[in-house]
Design a protein around this ligand. Structure first.
Ligand code: NAP
Length: 485
């Protein structure tokens, strides 16, 4: 299986109301292989009319889905978990083809992404309200949890499977119906996922998938519709702000999983080898194209040279190439624009005084590759420390003491992930409390876990995905006042 065979010809269409069909206007959208720029295949290019039809289907299915027993909803998710797991290699290949990441890495995303189905299969049967005596004793308070209603999900290209399952899993468990719009650069994995959910017995209309290049019009039209009750978005902060504004007239509920600018702090008492291991994961997961990617390495001046040398040796030893080839560690970036952005940030940092420890350039084409790069002595206010790099570049700046480190770490509009390497427990507690981030990894470079509440603060958005918190995003509370009897 090369992955593309997960999808029959009709499944490269739109999935609306439980049926696969062409876009209303018959238009198609090319899917490009980022390893060489060639066209892999194409999918339906849905119009705004198709989007409205998908919402019609979600609205029509909402009432019966909300009253479907939780166990039934959970078991559909459980079957979907098993089907994705059985086909993990094919999913990994498909994702690698359309997105560029290595097959091994994509395999990791399949495990991570599928787990949201298993976790929420288990949570579907644990949705409950509460019963209590009013403090004055004269009445009883009952709360009931109900599904929010039809949702719109918009997902990015960097984790084509997991960013979908993180929303679809809890929504199905909670009894919500949905319209999903995957990134137009990586629509195939979402279509394959829809096919799996169909096979797992999900009733028609609960999940509708529309692939489209009419992205702005699509969200504007659906958000203007008062039948849509919730928007969950994962992507850039700029687009997130547009969606928040568009939600105002209908007061839709929102979950916003936006950009990051994660600091990776290495203190003088850290195990430097462990910090380098962690840095390899926090930086190089997904070629650096992750919202959780360590973006700024802030290292105590006494260990900065050692850390840079060791990280440079590891990064410089990585093999760059096509994600499906054996022995490749680092695949291509998503497109030419991504390579240009990374190149510009590195050029500017070097101009500002950074030293190149390894890498520092894009190899000749074809494909959208960038060499794993380590930069030392990066001025703390360099643009590379301000914006998301979204590429395999580790800029290192130094600090002198803990207060300095905390101030530098928090000096960003973002607040998603942060990483800390220290052996001092008291310091760990101080940092966990002082860092203005939704997530703090302590002596680890990998924080994502389906059982944990993933999300950010400040310009990284709001809402949580995963864990016990994740399902709350899809539930409303009705309070019932009762007499004491
Ligand atoms: P993006 O440009 O914001 O795109 C994300 C999604 O939004 C795509 O499906 C895109 O569709 C769609 N979109 C763009 N403009 C839109 C509009 N006006 N209305 C509705 N949808 C619109 O982000 P990206 O480059 O794909 O993803 C990278 C970003 O996502 C980074 O900032 C990263 O940090 C963030 N991210 C955050 C998390 C998290 O959990 N916090 C996780 C992963 C990624 P098209 O593809 O058709 O343009």
């Amino acid at each position: 299986m090369n992955g593309l065979d997960l999808l029959g010809p009709e499944q490269r269409g739109l999935f609306i109301g439980g049926s696969w069909r062409e876009a209303e206007a018959g238009k198609r959208l090319d899917v490009v292989d980022p390893a060489d720029g060639s066209v892999l295949t194409d999918v339906a290019d849905g119009s705004v009319a198709d989007a409205v039809e998908a919402l019609d289907a979600a609205v029509a299915a909402q009432a019966s889905w909300a009253t479907t027993p939780p166990r039934e909803r959970g078991e559909i998710l459980r079957r979907a978990f098993e089907l994705v797991t059985e086909r993990a290699d094919a999913f990994a290949h498909l994702m690698s083809l359309e997105m560029g990441k290595t097959v091994a890495e994509a395999r990791g995303e399949v495990t991570y992404g599928a787990e949201f189905f298993r976790w929420y299969a288990e949570e579907a049967v644990r949705i409950h309200g509460r019963w209590m005596q009013a403090p004055g004793g004269g009445s009883r308070l009952l709360t009931i949890k109900k599904p929010v209603g039809p949702c719109l999900f918009i997902t990015p290209w960097n984790f084509p499977l997991a960013m979908g399952t993180r929303k679809i899993g809890p929504a199905i468990a909670a009894g919500c119906t949905m319209v999903v719009k995957p990134a137009s650069q990586t629509p195939l994995t979402m279509l394959a996922l829809a096919a799996v959910l169909e096979e797992a017995g999900l009733p028609g209309g609960v999940l509708n998938v529309v692939t489209t290049s009419h992205t702005g019009e699509f969200s504007e039209t659906l958000q203007a519709d008062d039948r849509l009750r919730k928007v969950s978005f994962t992507g850039s902060t700029g687009v997130g702000k547009v969606l928040v504004r568009q939600s105002a007239d209908q007061l839709q509920r929102l979950s916003m999983e936006l950009g990051g600018n994660a600091p990776f702090l290495v203190f003088e008492d850290a195990d430097v080898d462990a910090a380098v291991d962690g840095a390899m994961i926090a930086k190089m997961r997904n070629m650096g194209e992750a919202c959780t990617a360590a973006n700024r390495f802030l290292v105590h001046s006494s260990v900065a040279q050692e850390f840079a040398d060791k990280l440079g040796k590891r990064m410089g030893g990585l093999t760059v190439g096509r994600g499906q080839d054996d022995g490749v560690d680092v695949g291509p970036l998503i497109d030419e624009r991504a390579v240009e952005t990374v190149s510009q940030l590195v050029t500017d940092a070097v101009h500002d005084g950074a030293r190149v420890v390894c890498g520092g350039q894009a190899p000749d084409g074809p494909g959208y590759f960038y060499a794993p790069t380590v930069l030392l002595d990066v001025p703390v206010d360099a643009e590379i420390n301000v914006q998301e790099i979204f590429g395999p570049v580790a800029p290192i700046s130094t600090f002198e003491d803990e207060a300095d480190a905390i101030r530098m770490a928090n000096d960003t509009e973002y607040g998603l992930a942060s990483y800390v390497y220290t052996r001092d427990l008291s310091r760990t507690i101080r940092l966990a409390e002082a860092l203005e981030f939704g997530m703090v990894g302590v002596n680890t470079g990998l924080i994502s876990n389906p059982a944990a509440p993933f999300g950010g603060v400040k310009s990284s958005g709001f809402g949580r995905e995963g864990g016990f918190e994740g399902i709350e995003e899809y539930l409303e509370t009705t309070y019932v006042a009762l007499p004491a009897g």
